[in-house]
Design a protein around this ligand. Sequence first.
Ligand code: BGC
Length: 776
Amino acid sequence: MKKTKTALFSVPLSKYMDRQVADRRSPVVNLLLFSLFLFSFSLSAQKTSIKDIDRRVEELLAKMTLEEKIGQLHQIPGDISTGTDVAKDDMLGQIKAGKVGSILSHTNFENKITMQRAAVGSRLGIPLVFGFDVIHGYKTIFPIPLAQAASWDMAAIEQAERIAAEEASADGQNWTFSPMVDVARDPRWGRVMEGAGEDPYLGSRVAEARIRGFQGDDLGKNNTLATCVKHYAGYGFAEGGRDYNTVDMSEQRLREIVLPPFEAAARAGSATFMNAFNTLNGVPASMNKHLVTDILRGEWGFKGLVVSDWNSFGETIVHGAAEDDTDASAKCLTAGSDMDMAGGTFQRGLKKALDSGRVTQAQIDEAVRRVLRLKFSLGLFDDPFRYLDPKRRTATLEKPEYRQVARELAAKSMVLLKNEADLLPLRSGGPFRKVTVVGPYANSKEGKDYMSFWTLGIGDVDHYDSSKVVTPAMALKPSLEAMGFEVTVTEICLDAACNEKDLSVAMKATADADLVIVCVGERGIDCGESRSVSDINLKYNQELITKIASRGNKPTVMAVFNSRPMTFSWAMENIPAILVCWQPGYEAGNALADVITGKVNPSGKLPVTFPVSVGQVPIYYNALNTGRPQQKQGQLWTSGYLDAPATPAYPFGYGLSYTTFAYSDVKLNKTKLKSGEVLEVSVTVTNTGKMAGEEVVQLYLRDLSADIARPLKELKGFEKIKLNTYENKTVTFRLTEKDLSYWNNDLKFKADPGKFKVFVGGNSRDVKEAEFELVK
Ligand code: BGC
C-alpha cells in the first residue's frame, strides 16, 4: 500500500484550505504552506495513490446496492461481555450479507479473523474495519491521558501512542477512538480524565502528538491506526459537569476554547472524527450541520469520515430533536455525519429517508465513499488480514521494553504539589529509618485502581490484566529496603463499611514509624464516562487516615491516585509532601518509587486547575478579569465567595521539582510589533538547586485593549528544558500577529492594535512580565 495519509486526510493545502483560514495566517506561514503544497505535487507516488484510491472507490460504489451502501455506514459492537460470541444476533450472517461496515470494541483475535473472512466472503468482499477505544495503551497500560498531558512532554506522549498503535494493530485493530480532545474545566465531569485538561493550546499540542503517534507518517503501514478525534463538540462543557448534559455557549467561546484542539487535530491529519452526545445550543452534535459541514468540512477542509458516538444518532430522538429513525437518519446524514455507531438508526431509517426524499442518493454515496476511502487507505482491500497475523501479534504484544516506556511516562506525569523542608526525595542515612506505607491505594489488589474505567469491561474480560500492575507497595518496599530503610506495608480497605477497623489499623501501623507514605485518592472506576460526581473531596475515611498517619507532625508523604482534580484542603495545610500520581497504569509503583527515591526528579505540571473546594468550580486560569476582581476573600462588592478564596488550591501549569529554577527578567526584541513581524520573548532559566532537573517554561499573553474583554492569561507556548545544577538556558518564544488574534463577536479572527502583556514562568501564577504594543 502506498502512502495515502497526507493527501487524503491531512488536508490542508490550498485546494482544501478555506479562504478565511488562509487569510488569518501570516505571509510567512502561507509561503511555507505553498511550498509544502508544491512539494506534495512532487511526491508522485502519493498522488498516484490518491487517484488510485478514488478510482477504486468509484468502481466499487458503482457496483453496490443501496442495502450494501447502508451496510457500510453501520457499525456494530462485538460482544463486549465475552468477546467470543460472534454468532450473537447472527452477527456473521449480517456481515456475510454485506450489512455491516465496521465492528467496535472486539478483542478476541480469532473472532476478528472469522469476521473478516465473512466480510471477504460477502458479495463484494468489502473488508471490515475494526475500531477500539485505545485510550491509554492497548495491552501495555500507560498513565491516563490527563496524566500524560501533565508531563508536557510531547515526544513522550507520541512514543506512548506509537507503542499503543503497534500493539493494537498487531491485535487486529485498525482504528482507535482517540484522542479525546475535549477541553474541560469541570472536575466533576468524569471524562476529564480522558482529555488534556483545561487549556486549548496545550490540548492542541497534545492532540497533534497523539495523532503523530497513532497514525505515524503513513496510515497505509500495518503498524499504524487511524485516529478518531472526539467528541465533536462541546462535550466537556456539560452543565454542572453531569455527563451527556446540555451545552450552551457563545460561538465566540466555542471557537476560542472548544474548537482549537479539534482544528489542530484536523490539520494534523486525523483520519476520522466522532460526534458528541450533547446538544450544542439546542442542536444535538450528531445533527449539527454548523459543526460538521460548515466548520469541520467547510472551514477546515476535513475530508475524512465522521462517526456517531454510541447510538448518538438514535439519541437525537430522545433529545426531542428528531421524530423517529427516519427523521434522525435524515438530519444526521444531511448534517455531514457518516457512520452510525451501535445504534442501528441508519439501518432502520436511512432507506425510508431516501424514499421520502429527505436525503439524496448522492448524500448517501458521499458518506459511503468516506468509509471506503478509510478502508483503502488502511490497506484493507489489498490484504484484509494484514493486521491479523498471529506471529506478529505474539511478537508485538507487551514487549518488555514497552513497560520501561510506561514507567518513564508515569514518573514524568507525576506532579509534586508540596515538599516542605525538602522531605523528598528520601535519602539513605537521613533522620528516618522506619517507613510505613499505608492507605487504600498502598497495595490495592484491585489493580484497576491504578488504571481507569477504560480498562474495565471493555473487550474480553481478560484483555486487561490487573495482576500486571506494580502497586506502590510492591515497588517501594524493595527499593527503600535496598537504601537501608525498614519498610512495613499496611493495606486498608476502601469501603465505608471498613471505616472503624481501618482507623485502628492505621493507628497501629503508623504509631512507631519515622515517616509515613499514605496512598489515597479515588478508584480508577470512579471516573470516566457516566461517572460524574458532586463531591471531589477524598472519599470515605481517607482524610482521617491521613490525619492519623501524620499525628504529632510525623513526616508524611501523601501520594494521591486520582483521575480528576481532587480537593484535600486539610492536607494542603498540614501534610509536608504531596505528590499527584494520577492513575499511572501498569507501572504505578515503579514510577512512584523512582520519584520518591529521587531516581527521577519530578517535572510534571498540572494541565488543569485544582480547586480549594468543589464550590469554586468552574475555576480556570484563562478567565476574564470581570469589572470587580476579588483581591481578598470576603471582600464585598467583588466577584467571589464569602466562604472561599477566589484563587485555587493549585493553579494551572503548577508543579515543583526537587531542584529550584530562577527566571531572569523577560526580554523582548521590540516593544512595538507591526503586522508581519515577529516578537521574540526571551528568558534565561537557571537551575539554582542541587539536582539536575526539568522545567516547563510557559509563555502566557494578555491583550489589554482588544475590542472585547480578553482572558487574564492565555498560554501561547511552552518548552520543557533539562538543566544540570547551576546550568542556565535562554528560551526564546516567537509570537506573530496570529498569536495575538482572537475570535471577536463578529466571528472574525483578528488582532486589535494596542497594548499586550507577555508573562513567562514555571506556572500560570508565578511569572515575570513585559509589555509591548501591536501597531497597525
Ligand atoms: C463513548 C466514546 C467511545 C464509544 C465506543 C461511547 O460511549 O462516549 O468515547 O469511543 O462509546 O466505545
